[in-house]
Design a protein around this ligand. Structure first.
Ligand code: G3P
Ligand code: CA
Length: 243
């Protein structure tokens, strides 16, 4: 049965990559969440998509140039007029504290394609071990050197390369780096590629699947999981495919 991962949390309705979006994703019954991590100036692992805080908060500047204390003062929910309470940028620790209260899967995307964030793999791994979440996380990145580095540190933790474009026989490449699955832009794969991947023992979790017709196609072939901004829509459509 296809799992539903809430992309940056329940981000079609709540501010992306905030605890509010993660909690709401849990409330509506998502199987997992996807989130993005980067490092602050003082080395804290924080949950934010862009390298700059400008788009998603009321602040300006690069994450790498701000201290954790400075980052925490920002409001990641400021653009949502319905919210009365400030929504801070979460630390990964905060997310892991919450994960201890549920059984959800957490897909952690290392956002180190532009800035390398030296040591981010070790920091994320140490938190995963501390919180005993090794079997509930999937580490992904567009930076495949980084996930391979992570795999060498922790071969027992699942890694998944991200593909923005189509590659030939993606399951072969995925097996070659010892990953058990890949996360592809849904436009870069099709039903045949997905089925071949799954037949070869490779999980496929396409992103970012928000269109009903794409959801239907993926549920109909029992794709491993979908990564969506709208887990409620996904649940509704998935019900049509329950045997
Ligand atoms: O993990 C899949 C997806 O999140 C990758 O793209 O830009 O939304 O982080 P992006
Ligand atoms: Ca992401």
């Amino acid at each position: 049965m296809t799992l539903i991962f809430a992309h940056r949390g329940y981000s079609s309705l709540y501010p992306e990559n905030t605890m509010l979006a993660f909690r709401e994703a849990e409330k509506v019954g998502s199987d997992g969440i996807e989130l993005d991590v980067q490092l602050t100036k003082d080395g804290e692992v924080v949950v934010i998509h862009d390298e700059k805080v400008n788009r998603t908060t009321n602040g300006t500047g690069f994450v790498k140039d701000l201290s954790y204390q400075e980052i925490r003062k920002l409001d990641a929910g400021y653009s949502n007029k319905m919210l009365v309470k400030k929504e801070p940028i979460p630390s990964l620790i905060e997310v892991f504290d919450w994960m201890k209260t549920n059984d959800m899967i957490c897909n952690i995307e290392l956002k180190n394609g532009i800035f390398p964030y030296e040591g981010i793999e070790e920091k994320v791994l140490s938190l995963i071990r501390e919180y005993e979440l090794s079997d509930r996380v999937i580490i992904s990145s567009f930076n495949h050197y980084s996930i391979i580095h992570f795999y060498l540190l922790a071969p027992d933790i699942e890694i998944a390369p991200l593909f923005a474009e189509g590659i030939y026989m993606p399951w072969v490449y995925t097996q070659s780096i010892r990953a058990k699955g890949y996360h592809s832009n849904y436009l870069a794969i099709n039903e045949e590629i997905i089925q071949s991947s799954i037949e070869n023992g490779i999980a496929v979790r396409p992103y970012t699947v928000n269109k009903e017709e794409v959801m239907r196609s993926l549920f109909s072939i029992n794709c491993t999981a979908i990564i969506t901004d709208d887990p409620v829509k996904a649940q509704r459509i998935k019900k049509e495919y329950r045997k």
